[in-house]
Design a protein around this ligand. Structure first.
Ligand code: C2E
Ligand code: CA
Ligand code: CA
Length: 750
């Protein structure tokens, strides 16, 4: 899996994971909310149940008290002739059996007597001196209704009391009102079954009628004047008291949560039954569990995200270290080709064009051998430094291989690009000069612009153009900069055509054997022939060897072609033999690639054997440059070819770099002097080239090599060669390369 994919997956994983965490948190909070709602409802139900139960008990107790009072009133009814005091004293005994702390009897004028356990006999009392709560119930009794008062403090009793009043009738008429008072704390007994929390009956003005709590020293307690409850809590009580239905609320006091149920009392209007309880730690445990779950999920997500981030970070580090291996050149620290192509691919997506340049150092291999690798490395690093200094924003370069650098420049006029490159080369050369003053540094470089590429793969096309321009520049001598242009474009098209049709042409026999005679200079007789290939399509020459041979050498097809040409030459000799014609050896050009083919000499031997001809009729023309490549390999090959009987000719002698030493170490039978000797000798007034030719021919004779002069075009040339004792002449002066049949007709039938 690619690194990009891993990163994308990790990122996706983090997102999914975070989403899962959010979902878990949501579910957790939903569950905890539901649990606490459920729990709250159960508490509310419990509190309400208790409140209702206590209200009923209270109701029952009040009714009982009222019943007792009514019974007493009934007793008074039977004695209409007695005065108020006597009547009241008559009740004293009955009162001892009740819980009334006080009894009072009022007549119509509002005056009467009161009786209490602490006071002996009745004490006269007037209604208007008594608390309004009491006055209110007395007034109601006069209207025929028995009722209870709100709680009030009775200083004579020393505690808060609840008063009840009932009318006393005589002959069906209300003649007085009997009042009783009960210590309100007595009602607290109804809460005796309460196991936890507090319960209270509270008037809506805040006065506590009865409660499970002991209160202020005066025995009276008003909720709203309590110093312990905050305004907020009081406010909640107030709101609950105003609510005609049962209501619930919670508050926290000194770190404990309190749940409250406030039930308006029907039996005792203006008061509510208030039950307050804690959750006995259950809700704390539930919320503790929920909190722990939150914590666990939170911790788990943090740790997991950390792990994923670490994985991403490690991946990043891994990528950086990988990219430094994969994308940088270890020698110079510049980008390598892979990175360059990656950047270029991105750059080509931009609308503005760019120019890509390939730069090579001329004869770098030679410098490497001469001054050593460390010296060349210094030069390459220096070149890199200068390129860094010159490139501008958006431009980049790499070291492709050995001495080749690829540069991507912003597109501009060819002159500007050329000027920029020349400036860089001058600076690099200055350093090279300081290192080795006698070995000037030259470059060849190919440039192509990215404008108007229609192909599917603009990168490959552009790089192909750069390399094409580079090949052209390579043919120059000193520093050469060449640009890919229309002419090169035509050449490219031609090359494409050739490459697409070469295989087909070979099988169709389009490659024809042409022969050019080699003339013995001493007597003008035929000494041999050179096989030269011609690509003939429908009777006309399609392409010249110079158009396709270099290409075939490049793409390797030359190997197949040369085997084919050797076979054609052998077939021709066989045909001449069969026809009883005089034979001449045929020279066949051999590409350097053949020497890297395993079994090459053996294969040639097999071809000769196939046509049952002696290999001595075949001369193999090899290029001078080949000898430079791998002397040992070439020597081995040539020796083997010799052992089979083939003759070897060194073609284009004088153009390559072979040393005389190399020449000496190889077994060569013939030296073919390059055509340029003929051209130069003609131009040279001082005769220096003639002297060189003379020396080469003399040396060849000494080394038992025959000599062939190429490009003999005039009688003068022939004469010069004859004078120099050159063995053979080949050129247009005698004949152009002609079809084999024509050659046979012209030279062998004579
Ligand atoms: P080369 O081996 O040096 O062949 C000689 C070339 O010079 C031939 O060109 C020939 O036509 C030309 N020539 C001969 N006499 C004269 C003359 O008096 N004046 C001038 N100006 N030119 C002359 P051609 O046939 O176009 O071949 C070009 C090159 O192509 C050959 O150079 C050879 O290197 C290569 N070549 C041709 N045929 C083959 C082949 O079958 N195999 C291989 N590997 N290379 C071949
Ligand atoms: Ca040749
Ligand atoms: Ca030649």
């Amino acid at each position: 899996m690619g690194e990009k994919k891993i990163r994308a997956r990790l990122r996706r994983l983090i997102v999914i994971f975070l989403a899962m965490c959010v979902a878990i948190f949501w579910v957790l909070s939903y569950v905890s909310q539901s649990v606490s709602n459920l729990y709250l409802t159960s508490i509310h139900d419990r509190l309400e149940e208790q409140a209702i139960q206590y209200e009923n008990s209270f109701h029952f107790k009040l009714d009982a008290d009222l019943l007792t009072l009514r019974a007493m009133a009934g007793m008074l009814q039977d004695h209409p002739d007695q005065d108020a005091k006597t009547m009241l004293l008559g009740l004293q005994e009955a009162n001892n059996a009740s819980q009334f702390v006080r009894l009072a009897y009022f007549e119509e004028d509002g005056c009467g007597f009161r009786l209490s356990s602490k006071e002996e006999g009745g004490v006269p009392v007037c209604l208007d001196q008594l608390p309004t709560a009491l006055q209110d119930v007395v007034a109601l009794a006069w209207s025929g209704t028995s009722s209870f008062s709100q709680a009030f403090y009775d200083p004579h009793v020393g505690s808060k009391v609840l008063a009840s009043a009932t009318p006393v009738y005589t002959d069906g008429q209300i003649c007085g009102v009997l009042v009783s008072a009960v210590e309100s704390d007595v009602y607290a007994e109804i809460f005796s079954s309460l196991n936890s929390g507090t319960a209270a009956i509270i008037c809506h003005n805040g006065n506590v009628v009865a409660s499970t709590r002991t209160h202020t020293p005066d025995g009276f307690y008003n909720l709203f004047s309590s110093p312990y409850l905050s305004d907020d809590i009081k406010e909640q009580y107030r709101a609950a008291f105003e609510d005609p239905k049962v209501s619930f609320f919670e508050f926290t006091y000194q770190g404990t949560d309190y749940y409250n149920c406030v039930l308006p009392m029907e039996v005792f209007p203006g008061s509510s039954m208030v039950i307050t309880d804690t959750d006995h730690g259950i809700s704390t445990s539930v919320s503790e569990i929920v909190r722990l779950a939150y914590l666990a999920v939170g911790l788990f997500s943090i740790v997991s995200v950390c792990f994923m981030l670490i994985a991403l970070w490690l991946l990043r580090r891994y990528r950086i270290s990988l990219s430094s291996i994969a994308y940088y050149d270890s020698l110079t620290g510049a980008y390598n080709k892979a990175k360059f192509l990656q950047l270029l691919e991105e750059r080509l997506k931009q609308a503005s064009p760019c120019t890509v340049v390939a730069v090579n150092i001329r004869k770098f291999k030679f410098r490497n051998e001469l001054f050593g690798t460390p010296d060349s490395d210094v030069l390459l690093r220096h070149m890199c430094t200068i390129l860094y200094q010159h490139i501008q924003e958006g431009e980049f370069f790499c070291r492709d291989s050995a001495d080749r650098f690829l540069i991507c420049l912003e597109a501009s006029e060819e002159e500007t690009t050329e000027y920029r490159l020349q400036t860089m080369f001058t600076q690099i050369s200055q350093v090279a000069d300081s290192m080795h003053p006698n070995y000037p540094l030259y470059f060849y470089c190919g440039c192509a612009s990215s404008v108007s590429y229609a192909s599917d793969d603009p990168l490959e096309e552009l790089m192909g153009h750069v390399m094409m321009a580079l090949d052209v520049a390579k043919q120059g001598q000193r520093t050469t900069i060449s640009f890919y242009n229309a002419q090169l474009h035509e050449q490219e098209k031609l090359q494409n055509y050739i490459e697409n049709h070469m295989e087909q042409a070979l099988t169709a026999g389009a490659f024809k054997l042409f022969l050019q005679p080699k003339i013995r200079l001493q007597d003008g007789t035929l000494g041999g022939a050179e096989a030269l290939v011609r690509w003939i399509n429908n009777g006309t020459q399609a392409f010249f060897p110079d158009q396709f041979i270099p290409l075939f050498e490049h793409n390797g097809f030359c190997v197949q072609l040369d085997y084919y040409m050797v076979e054609q030459a052998c077939r021709q000799i066989r045909a001449w033999l069969d026809e009883g014609l005089p034979l001449v050896p045929i020279s066949v050009n051999q590409t350097r690639l053949l020497f890297h083919q395993t079994g090459y000499p053996q294969r040639l031997r097999e071809i000769a054997a196939k046509y049952q001809i002696s290999p001595s009729w075949i001369t193999l023309e090899i290029l001078e440059g080949l000898a430079m490549e791998d002397v040992e390999l070439v020597k081995q090959c040539l020796d083997e070819l010799h052992s089979y009987g083939f003759r070897i000719s060194m073609d284009d002698f004088g153009t390559g770099y072979s040393s005389l030493h190399t020449l000496g170490s190889l077994h060569i039978d013939e030296l073919k002097l390059d055509r340029s000797f003929m051209v130069q000798a003609k131009l040279d007034k001082q005769g220096n080239h003639r002297k060189i030719l003379a020396a080469i021919i003399a040396m060849s004779k000494n080394m038992n090599m025959s000599t062939v002069a190429e490009g003999v075009e005039t009688a003068d040339s022939e004469q010069m060669l004859q004078e120099l004792s050159c063995d053979f002449g080949q050129g247009y002066y005698y004949s152009k390369p002609i079809p084999a049949a024509e050659f046979q007709q012209l030279y062998l039938r004579k």
